[in-house]
Design a protein around this ligand. Structure first.
Ligand code: AMP
Length: 429
């Protein structure tokens, strides 16, 4: 026999318990996010995991981590066009906006989605190849009020889950012309020292030296320390400057604390103006819980007409990690209302019929294999059930069942209709 296959490194199963993410934690996080986002009128949607690779090749930008580090999983579609497992959701939502004519909907169109994201990363704590995000996008209006609202919604989601040690780091990446001037400045500053830069940063020197600022390489950071470049904020034009001031003013008015972070650049190339990340002490200095920004140029990069947008992605695994470090655990699954225990083979089908008749109004679980009442009782207690119903030859003869209230320790014989009444179930079989 061959060896048993295992899951792919950097991927994991969602189980009732366990790391990095349990299914109940995933569910609780998504529910909290949905509560906040739906209350804001954002519309839930879902796009395919599989898209044309070109969507992201055009969308994320040639100097993004996804392209530079070859993080996109691509596959050939029977020799046709190259497909990709989505490495981020924003480009797909912008595609969907255009494909379904959302331009005629009331603007802005505010969408949210959640699900798996794929990146061929070197896997380590907090970094997986298949991870999950909750994603929000407000499309169709370039207005700092939407940026402030997006940041507020993101913070409310974390707060709704009870997360305490949040830090919102905010910056402006300027308009494309501002960035061009800043990149020219950085290139001039760094080019004479190119041989001291990491290979990744060298590859970015030509196209987008801005990305060198958040390099994780110590030698890059040492060089930056030495040269101490001016921050991007010094290069903002008046329009980007005014926009940024408005976002900051709105956040202050909303009572959302933030720090200005001149080093924040984000991993995707499409951001303009507002960019932010949310950090948590427990997850490590360089690991963001989530991030967002404005991407008014993305739609045109995808070959469609202009469409301003702002949005965020929340990493669900990192959020679960941060929450558990603050002592949080997801709600336990509800206890069964009733366990139905057949006492002999003949009662097995009757037990299933009873369960069927009572579901889904109440939670009913079966013991499939007949066992002695004492053993059945032990099992029901282990599962923390409220009631257990015994079905055996005596019950069959009387057309009744024996119901035991496990909380009160009381036992009685009942017909099915009396049982319904007793369990306050109105549902008809
Ligand atoms: P990004 O799309 O890179 O801005 O990522 C948004 C958020 O998703 C990050 O702040 C992380 O919380 C999470 N994230 C990104 N990449 C990974 C990964 N490889 N594994 C787990 N979470 C990730």
């Amino acid at each position: 026999m061959g060896s048993m296959l295992r899951s792919v490194p950097g991927t994991f199963d969602l189980l009732p318990q366990g790391q990095p993410l349990s299914e109940p934690a995933f569910r609780a996080i998504v529910q909290a996010a949905e509560a906040v986002l739906q209350a804001s009128g954002a519309i839930p949607v879902a796009t395919p995991i599989l898209e044309y690779a070109e969507l992201f090749q055009r969308g994320v930008g040639v100097t993004s981590d996804i392209v530079v580090r070859k993080e996109m999983y691509t596959l050939s579609d029977r020799g046709e066009r190259l497909l990709a497992l989505r490495p981020e959701p924003t480009a797909a939502l912008v595609r969907a906006y255009h494909e379904h004519g959302m331009k005629v909907w009331p603007q802005p169109v505010r969408l949210y989605t959640y699900g798996p994201i794929f990146r061929a990363e070197r896997h380590q704590r907090g970094r997986y190849r298949q991870f999950h995000q909750i994603d929000y996008e407000a499309l169709g209006l370039s207005d700092p009020l939407l940026d402030a609202e997006a940041i507020a919604l993101m913070v409310r989601i974390y707060q709704h889950l009870g997360l305490r040690q949040l830090e919102v780091r905010l910056a402006s990446l300027g308009d494309p012309a501002d960035r061009q001037r800043y990149n020219a400045y950085l290139r001039e500053l760094l080019a004479p020292h190119a041989e001291r830069l990491s290979p990744e940063s060298q590859s970015r020197l030509e196209l987008n030296p801005l990305r060198i600022l958040d390099s994780k390489s110590d030698t890059d950071q040492a060089l930056l320390e030495e040269l101490s470049p001016e921050p991007l904020s010094a290069f903002l034009g008046p329009a980007a400057q005014a926009f940024q001031e408005a976002v900051e003013r709105y956040l202050k008015a909303l009572g959302i604390p933030f720090v200005y972070d001149p080093k924040l650049v984000r991993g995707l190339d499409y951001y303009v103006r507002t960019a932010w990340e949310v950090h948590h002490q427990g997850v490590g200095a360089k690991s963001a819980l989530g991030g967002g920004g404005r991407y008014d140029g993305l739609s045109e990069m995808l070959g469609a007409g202009p469409l301003p947008g702002v949005g965020f992605g929340i990493g669900i695994e990192r959020l679960a990690l941060a929450l558990s470090q603050e002592g949080w655990s997801p709600p336990a699954p509800p206890r069964p209302d009733l366990i139905v225990a057949p006492l002999d083979d003949e009662a097995r089908l009757e037990a299933l019929r009873l369960a069927e008749a009572l579901r889904p109004e109440i939670r009913v679980e079966l013991l499939y294999t007949p066992r002695a009442p004492g053993k059945a009782l032990e099992e029901a207690l282990k599962r923390k059930a409220r009631f257990i119903a015994f079905l055996g030859s005596e019950e069959r003869a009387k057309g009744e069942l024996t119901l035991r209230d496990l909380d009160r320790g009381e036992q009685r014989s009942l017909s099915l209709s009396q049982l319904r009444e007793h369990l306050a179930v109105t549902h008809q079989a």
